[in-house]
Design a protein around this ligand. Structure first.
Ligand code: GAP
Length: 442
């Protein structure tokens, strides 16, 4: 973990937030390469959900959440962790995360601590006009269910996908970006007819495993954890967690839950007419029945299968898999980030052999703009004149291709192309670069 954290800082992937003031615990900023990697991971998820499935629609709902939504979702009442204070060291811990150095007799009785961030709405802070920063992206998908049904021609089964920030006032944020207070989720709520939920759940577990494999996180490094009944969230009939071997241990990367008809039922009016399976709080505030016509024409409240993955945890898993230290001849070694090409923050570096040589730099710029126009991701001009240093840097940040423009290029239009993983170099005509780049990066 230390080496990975050091690389992330040194190369501009991830920084502690407000570092110049000592930082803000559990909050991170994503630097020039981190933002690219993050966007690429989110884009791969979005493509696999929204573009590759005609029955999945996208949504980008608000972060500020009306408190009433979270009352009916159950978060106000139950979204809490048991917390204890240590009278000796004066610190507060989650009950299951008390360090061994704190003696049992110094700990207070556990108290529930709600994890939601509350914020004031409007100019008067009278304690009554508040909202929450959403603790999961899911709720606004449920509250928009009718809007999306009315504005699309969706019928069961169908899904609504969303990527966005979520906030949790974690008592003990830790392990770099693994457990943080501000993070992003990639959540799909997949609505199915009651009775079709068990099969849909099993099928989504497999689809999600396959997707992680495509991002460079092998299925063999993920264990399925069948969450025991007494640990299930209040809304869940069954949850399968994808547990990944993070550098600090085996922990949850993504949860795939069968949320039954709990959420749509909870946010509906006239619940007694809806034949709900889940036990829900009586709703006196909603103006909608969140139901849909089943294939046989009956109105039903669908069951929901929810694959929910954290972007930061995904980045950590992807970086951990890609991070490699390779031994080279002559007792040398190199760090190389073997990221899948579609996730790499920079797709290719174009390197003029001599810094500021006008002819070489012009040619390099032309190649850069030709490749950049393909819109497959960021291509950079690396005008340092130090070829060895440039290769080392681009190995460390996972750039799949380095293309060097040298004096031979001026004579015969050929360039040297170096592959990140094999370090093999080949001489190619400039006109063939576009094809090679497309082949490698797509
Ligand atoms: N809507 C369901 C839900 O939010 P969850 O298991 O609480 O379920 C889903 O969260 C995913 O969000 C987790 O699998 C994890 O990847 C990510 N996540 C949750 N809390 C997090 C935190 N404090 N820091 C980073 N990621 C977190």
């Amino acid at each position: 973990m230390e080496e990975l954290v050091a690389l992330c800082k040194r190369r501009g992937f991830i920084f502690q937030s407000a570092e110049i003031y000592g930082g803000l615990q559990g909050v991170y900023d994503f630097g020039p390469l981190g933002v690219e990697l993050k966007n690429n991971l989110k884009s791969a998820w979005w493509k696999s959900m929204v573009y590759e499935n005609d029955n999945i629609e996208g949504l980008d709902a608000s972060i500020l959440t009306n408190s009433i939504v979270l009352d009916y979702s159950g978060h106000t009442e139950t979204f809490s962790d048991p917390m204890v204070d240590c009278k000796s060291c004066g610190l507060r811990f989650r009950e299951d995360q008390v360090p061994k150095s704190c003696k049992k007799e110094d700990l207070t009785e556990p108290r529930q601590f709600n994890l939601m961030f509350k914020t004031n709405i409007g100019p008067i802070d009278d304690g009554n006009s508040y909202a929450y920063l959403r603790p999961e992206t899911a709720q606004q998908i449920f509250t928009n269910f009718k809007n999306i049904l009315d504005s699309t021609s969706s019928s069961l089964p169908f899904g609504i996908a969303q990527i966005g920030k979520a906030f949790r006032n974690e008592i003990t944020p830790r392990n770099f970006i693994f457990r943080v207070r501000e993070f992003e989720q990639m959540e799909l709520e997949y609505f199915v007819a009651p009775g079709d939920d068990d099969d849909a759940h099993t099928s989504w577990v497999q689809k999600r495993l396959n997707w992680w494999e495509k991002q460079g996180v092998p299925i063999n490094n993920i264990e399925l954890y069948e969450v025991p009944t007494d640990e299930l969230a209040h809304y869940s009939k069954r949850t399968v967690d994808l547990m990944y071997k993070f550098p600090h241990g085996l922990e949850e990367l993504e949860g795939i839950a069968n949320r039954t008809d709990f959420d749509l039922g909870s946010h509906s009016k006239k619940q007694s007419e809806l034949n709900l399976h889940a036990k829900v709080k009586l709703n006196k505030d909603s103006n909608s029945k969140l139901s849909i016509k089943n294939n046989d024409g009956a109105m039903v409240v669908p069951f929901v299968i929810e694959p929910s993955a954290g972007v930061e945890r995904g980045m950590l898993a992807v970086l951990n898999e890609a991070f490699t230290i390779e031994n080279l001849p002559e007792n040398k070694s190199r760090i190389v980030l073997k990221l899948k090409a579609h996730l790499a923050p920079i797709k290719a570096a174009i390197i003029p052999l001599k810094k500021n040589d006008e002819k070489l730099v012009d040619l390099a710029k032309n190649i850069k703009s030709t490749l950049q126009e393909l819109a497959l991701g960021r291509v950079v001009l690396e005008n340092t004149g130090n070829i060895g240093k440039s290769y080392r840097k681009h190995d460390e940040i996972g750039t799949p291709l380095c293309i060097t423009v040298d004096f031979e290029t001026l004579e015969n239009n050929s360039v040297t192309v170096r592959d990140r993983d094999s370090m093999q170099q080949e001489r190619l005509d400039i006109k063939d670069i576009k094809n090679l780049f497309e082949e490698k990066i797509k």
